[in-house]
Design a protein around this ligand. Structure first.
Ligand code: GDP
Ligand code: MG
Length: 750
């Protein structure tokens, strides 16, 4: 609940601070008021004074001392501040609570230049007369000053020196006590402070060295009188404090000398290093007093929150635990810095994330251009600015938050990277198969003779190169997870799979071409065989009685031979071609098996076409007429009444009729059996897929579960059809006979 909204670093302060004006800070800022309430305007003030962004480059100095001892006056002279001072006529307290102001003093000479960003705290003094009545605030303000300040100025009149019972000694006792309490928690890591005694109204009769001696003795006495917490009984005052002393002349009586000395004193507020030979004392009149070891190491942007946290703990009388305060501060500030550095990061990355999500949602994964460099830069800037600001805080908190931030950011960048890779993957595979298909098409158009294997290899190489260069351009350099080896392997594997699919398609194309070739060959050669049926004397002279012409007898042998020769030729061409593009022996085997089956289908179709009733009847009539109307020399007969027209008719008719049973069955003459189609096609290869079988017609005697036998498959004409055909043929023959008869008689009458 203490995390104040005023803590953001870029000057976005809440309500009060937002409208704070320079005029409101004329006297500095009252960081703790008389009611002990912490002022929310501290961040606004630091912002106004340009300290927020100073990192560790700032200093904090506090002043202590009794009321009305000229503390505020001294600070105003030293630092050009405008702390309220008591008017010389009225004697009442002016400084209430704790005020802070930035050093306004500019020293002209370079060697007198004060450190940058000195913040001075003017602490309400305790009035000797009222001592004991408000020790609560005295204690709390001392604790607060010790927890935050590098230098504690102890303001004291010369005539108070040596008054061991005096008000100042009471204050110092308080300071020492709270100091012990403060560093109890972290005794190994004690930051030292400088107690800088400024002795006012120094008359000069007692030398400063003597005054210093007296004060040191008093301090030792106070220290040894303190009851120390367990473990610190043996601790010495020098373990915690360095001391320095300076004396100033009377401001009213020697105003010029006073100002001179104050001027000189001002030049000591420089940064410097302690001479190791003079440990514990910083006492040369001109020595710098802002030593690194005094710095509390609270980054300037975290100071308001730290101060507020410390004050609230002190004010609620809780044990002040500075290490855990610093850890809390670190957590809070690191979270804030994380949010801040994510703003410019998100400005760059969120649109890319949206773009990617959108293209995925549309199902069109598209690559984001220059993704790698964009992500690399955004990541680098983010981590660098986080480091710059956050590394000033508590180390282990910073490390933890850095890991957290890196994890958060890298998770998102990795998603982007992987999305990019998967887009490259998808479009790469797509482009690859399109390119292969296009090259095949071009090859077909050009010569029909293209090298499929080479096309695939070339396109695959291109696809891999494209992928790698896209991956390279998407890499986040400096991010250990940004690597695409795995994706590349997967891509290569899937390219191979796509290649396999494309090869299958190419196989199909090759198969189609082969089948078409077989079909056209069969069309021609089988057609020729059937045409020969039209000639009853084909090749072997006149038909001898009862002896069918050889041509007719071994029709099916010739068809089977021409068929198997054709297919075998196609098979060897198919094999050669398929091997050229790396088809596996199994794939080739399946292709050949399919080719044989398809070829058989083509032959069967061709036969059926030839055997269509009209065609067949025509062939039978031609066959018959050839036998009947022509003599052995092929000369048409002129019928005379003396001719044995009836005998010739009967022989020719019977001879032709014998063709019908011959044509009805596909049968080889040597074996009188069906050709060995089942053996010729062969068993289906072991890795035939359902897709391979999808478009295949069942073949009787080969596909047993079809319920058709090889005999069925080889039946070209059913018995009914054959009988019907015989009847119709006889009618046609009768017509021819009648005509012959008539022409014989007609010839005679002429
Ligand atoms: P503070 O209460 O300690 O902050 O004291 P102030 O700075 O308000 O000064 C109290 C009074 O002491 C004022 O009237 C000053 O003019 C006066 N005063 C300031 N510096 C000196 C000094 O060096 N010597 C003497 N004698 N009076 C001083
Ligand atoms: Mg004052």
């Amino acid at each position: 609940p203490t995390a104040p909204s005023v803590m953001t670093m870029n000057g976005h302060f809440a309500s009060v601070g937002e409208n704070a004006m320079a005029a409101d800070f004329e006297h500095g800022v009252q960081i703790v008021d008389q009611d002990k309430v912490f002022n929310e305007n501290l961040p606004a003030y630091l912002q106004l004074e340009n300290i927020t962004r100073a990192g560790f480059n700032y200093h904090l100095i506090s002043v202590f001392g009794s009321q009305s001892t000229g503390k505020s006056t001294l600070l105003n002279y030293l630092f050009g501040t405008h702390f309220g001072v008591m008017a010389e006529q009225e004697r009442r307290q002016t400084t209430k609570g704790i005020w802070m102001s930035k050093n306004k003093k500019e020293h002209a000479l370079a060697e007198q230049k004060m450190a940058e960003n000195i913040l001075v705290m003017d602490v309400e003094g305790t009035d000797g007369r009222e001592r004991g009545e408000d020790q609560d605030f005295e204690r709390k303000s001392a604790l607060f000053a010790l927890a935050t300040s590098e230098v504690l100025i102890v303001n004291i009149w010369e005539h108070q020196v040596g008054l061991y019972q005096g008000a100042n000694m009471g204050l110092l006792k308080t300071v020492f006590e709270v100091n012990l309490q403060l560093f109890l928690k972290d005794s190994r890591n004690i930051p030292r402070s400088l107690l800088f005694f400024v002795i006012r109204d120094h008359l000069g009769t007692t030398p400063l060295a003597n005054l210093r001696q007296t004060l040191i003795q008093d301090l030792q006495r106070i220290w040894s009188g303190l009851s120390k917490p367990a473990g610190l009984e043996k601790s010495k005052i020098e373990d915690y404090f360095d001391f320095a002393f300076v004396a100033l002349p009377h401001k009213i009586l020697q105003p010029e000398k006073f100002e001179q000395e104050v001027q000189k004193l001002g030049t000591r507020f420089r940064e410097g290093y302690k001479d190791p030979k003079r440990a514990g004392l910083v006492d040369e009149a001109s020595e710098p007093i802002l030593l690194p070891e005094y710095h509390r190491r609270i980054p300037a942007d975290g100071f308001p929150m730290y101060a507020k946290g410390v004050w609230e703990q002190i004010d609620s009388n809780k044990d002040l635990d500075l290490p855990s305060q610093q850890e809390l501060l670190a957590q809070f500030r690191c979270d804030e810095i994380m949010k801040e550095v994510l703003v410019p990061f998100d400005e760059v990355i969120v649109p890319l994330e949206e773009q990617q999500n959108q293209s995925v949602a549309l199902g069109k994964p598209a690559a984001i251009s220059a993704l790698g460099i964009t992500m690399t830069t955004a990541r680098k800037v983010l981590l660098a600015s986080f480091e710059e600001q956050a590394s000033r805080y508590h180390k282990s908190v910073y490390k933890r938050k850095q890991t957290e931030l890196e994890g958060k950011v890298d998770g998102r960048l990795k998603t982007l990277f992987q999305g990019q890779m998967s887009a490259a993957h998808k479009s790469g595979l797509n482009d690859f198969s399109e390119a292969v298909v296009a090259a095949v098409k071009a090859g077909q158009k050009k010569s029909g003779n293209y090298d499929f294997h080479k096309i695939v290899q070339t396109e695959k190489e291109k696809a891999l190169k494209r992928f790698e260069s896209e991956a390279q351009a998407s890499i986040v350099s400096g991010a250990p997870w940004s690597d695409y080896k795995q994706q590349l392997n997967l891509y290569r594997k899937e390219l191979d799979e796509v290649s396999g699919r494309l090869r299958k398609e190419e196989m199909r194309r090759l198969a189609t071409r082969s089948e078409r070739w077989v079909r056209s060959k069969l069309d021609e050669s089988v057609g020729l065989e059937f045409n020969k049926l039209g000639s009853g004397r084909a090749g072997s002279g006149a038909p001898a009685e009862g002896d069918k012409p050889a041509m007719e007898k071994d029709l099916w042998d010739r068809i089977w031979n021409v068929f198997t020769d054709t297919v075998s030729h196609a098979e060897s061409r198919f094999t050669e071609r398929a091997r050229s593009f790396d088809a596996s022996p199994d794939e080739v085997e399946v292709g050949l098996w399919r080719l044989r089956r398809k070829s058989w289908g083509a032959l069967r179709n061709k036969i059926d076409e030839e055997m269509m009733e009209g065609n067949l009847l025509l062939k039978l009539r031609e066959n018959f007429e050839d036998k009947f109307r022509y003599d052995a020399e092929g000369v048409p007969r002129i019928w005379r009444p003396t001719d044995d027209i009836e005998g010739l008719y009967t022989r020719a008719r019977e001879s032709t009729l014998e063709l019908i049973p011959l044509l009805s069955r596909f049968k080889l003459s040597q074996t009188s059996a069906a050709p060995p189609l089942d053996a010729w096609i062969g068993e289906p290869p072991s890795d035939v897929t359902p897709a391979d079988e999808e478009d295949l017609q069942p073949i009787g005697g080969v596909d047993e579960d079809e319920g058709k036998t090889l005999e069925d498959e080889m039946t070209i004409l059913g018995d009914g059809k054959a009988a019907d055909l015989a009847t119709r043929f006889k009618k046609t023959a009768d017509g021819v006979y009648v005509e012959a008869k008539r022409s014989a008689i007609g010839g005679m009458t002429q």
